[in-house]
Design a protein around this ligand. Structure first.
Ligand SMILES: C[S@@+](CC[C@H](N)C(=O)[O-])C[C@H]1O[C@@H](n2cnc3c(N)ncnc32)[C@H](O)[C@@H]1O
Length: 299
């Protein structure tokens, strides 16, 4: 089923969509700013996974097109990136950004990741911060892996919150903010530990155990810290829906400044998110990703 979310755009402060983070303008700006910080990590990861010149790559949950454009530069004019996104407005914005960047090797499919049809096989399927939102990531991974040629690459970046929260011991306001975001995501069904779960998700989808690593961007300036309070703003409708009180945090307008103050006083840095990268290659056999799950699916 294809979804569009025209009614949920703009300043829909109290609107709940079936995608946890929603599609307000401010959420889309947050995604773009977050992507700029993660870009060096993403580029290293995709290069390590073997993505390069001339390849055809499928990008799941392309959003504002940041991963899509990074990949488009990696594969060059002889390659092609197909971004899959179910929100038509996000695709329109991503297309405009692709045009403005002068990239001609990008196409978008406006569909749900469960319903992708492709005539030709891809060299790789990738995605960032998408499997964490899916009710059945194993079945999606299994079906998209079938669109990849034998020996092709499957590479995903998903979050881990546990490592990030461990950094907040001396930062009560930052920690409380992150704990409340964590609680809202938990009650909304998003998997905050999808990064670590990728190890089993890959195998349950019939893929070889992935190579993995965890990286965390760190910082303490107001723009960096604002990404945390902006994420909270995107989640406010869900906080209300799931009855998570934000009262502990006081005035949300002054939250970024107060976090900056406590981080400066502690002379330290905070993390934006723990980014787990996991990648593996399909085996050379044509039916390699059609195998049975390695174990019961517990993700
Ligand atoms: C957190 S954003 C990540 C965007 C981009 N990958 C990035 O890292 O900047 C997740 C995106 O996945 C899209 N999405 C979520 N569920 C989807 C589904 N079932 N099919 C297609 N797109 C989906 C959302 O609309 C959103 O644009």
């Amino acid at each position: 089923m294809m979804h569009t979310h025209t009614a949920n755009r703009k300043t829909a402060k109290e609107t709940v969509t079936d995608y946890v983070l929603g599609y307000t303008d401010s959420e889309q700006e947050r995604l773009i700013r977050q992507a700029a910080i993660i870009a060096p990590i993403a580029e290293r990861f995709f290069r390590e996974a073997g993505i390069g010149t001339g390849q055809r790559v499928l990008d799941l949950g392309s959003g504002m097109g940041d991963v899509t454009m990074l990949l488009a530069r990696l594969v060059g004019p002889s390659g092609e990136i197909v971004g899959v996104e179910r929100d038509a407005n996000s695709i329109a914005r991503a297309k405009a950004r692709v045009r403005a960047a002068g990239l001609r090797n990008v196409n978008f499919l406006n569909t749900d990741v469960n319903n992708i049809v492709a005539k030709e096989p891809f060299d790789a399927v990738v995605g960032r911060f998408i499997l964490m939102f899916l009710p059945d990531p194993v079945s999606v991974l299994r079906s998209v892996a079938r669109l990849v040629r034998p020996s092709g690459v499957v590479a995903f970046q998903e979050p881990s919150w546990t490592a990030m929260l461990a950094l907040g011991k001396r930062l009560p306001v930052w920690l409380r903010t992150r704990q409340l975001i964590h609680e809202i995501l938990l009650r909304s069904g998003a998997n905050r530990e999808m990064g670590i779960a990728l190890y089993r998700v890959f195998q349950n989808a019939g893929l070889p155990p992935p190579k993995m690593h965890l990286e965390m961007p760190l910082g303490n300036d107001v723009n960096f810290i604002r990404l945390t309070s902006d994420l909270l703003c995107s989640l406010r409708p869900l906080a209300k829906q799931h009855k998570v009180s934000l009262q502990d945090l006081g005035d949300l307008e002054t939250l970024p400044d107060r976090i900056c103050g406590e981080v400066a006083a502690a002379n330290t840095v905070v993390s934006l998110i723990g980014v787990v990268g996991a990648w593996s290659r399909k085996s050379g056999r044509a039916d390699s990703s059609d195998g049975e799950p390695a174990e019961a699916e517990g993700e």
